[in-house]
Ligand binder design. Structure first.
Ligand code: FE2
Ligand code: FE2
Length: 201
């Protein structure tokens, strides 16, 4: 892609997020974009693609529950029973489709990163790992293990993501919330990248 095209796309993605989100959530988006860009540079990935995914990631976060289901059905976004019970989980897949339709984003890895940023996926690509982590460690995030995850993220994306997803699962369990099967599959995959996925007890 030409540099000019990249800049135009980044500006359009920024406007999409700004136009659809409250000030508070737009500010989060900007911090995730900065963090994603930083992580991408550190790990020799394309910072513009990481930034683009981050600017889009929460663009659909402020919609009504039934709107998610309606759009997912209209746009033929596949989803399961888990999402039907928790329609907000569709904000990633809906944002990806929105960016594809309204901004013309065609980069599959960028779209996957947006789709997967909430519950993750076994086998996710590097841009996905960067966005997943950036969302969890942007500067305003504050929870007991955040410094540990921040420092791990500087060394190794996979082990930092494993730590982050493990913490997310433990946090959901502590609050008595169901954990999406994709998150457990993702953790298995991060812990045994070459092995066959095994059942967790
Ligand atoms: Fe999100
Ligand atoms: Fe986010």
């Amino acid at each position: 892609m030409e540099n000019r095209d990249v800049d135009e796309l980044l500006t359009a993605a920024d406007e999409l997020a700004k136009g659809r989100l409250s000030e508070r959530r737009y500010a989060h988006t900007v911090r995730v974009a900065e963090t994603a860009e930083y992580l991408a540079e550190l790990h020799r990935l394309d910072p513009s693609r990481a930034r683009l995914a981050a600017l889009i990631h929460d663009a659909a976060r402020e919609m009504k529950k039934d709107e998610y289901l309606r759009l997912a059905e209209e746009w033929k976004i596949p989803f399961g029973e888990f999402e039907r019970g928790n329609p907000k989980l569709l904000h990633g897949p809906v944002a990806a489709e929105m960016a594809r339709r309204s901004l013309g984003v065609e980069d599959g890895e960028v779209l996957d990163a947006v789709r997967e940023h909430t519950v993750g996926r076994a086998g996710m690509g590097d841009i996905s790992l960067v966005l997943y982590l950036a969302d969890k460690i942007e500067p305003e995030r504050d929870y007991p293990s955040v410094e540990k995850i921040r420092s791990m993220a500087r060394d190794d994306l996979r082990s930092a993501t494993a730590e982050a997803v493990e913490r997310a699962i433990a946090y959901s369990e502590m609050r008595g919330k169901a954990v999406h099967p994709a998150s457990r599959e993702m953790l298995n995959w991060l812990e045994n990248p070459d092995g066959r996925p095994h059942e967790r007890m």
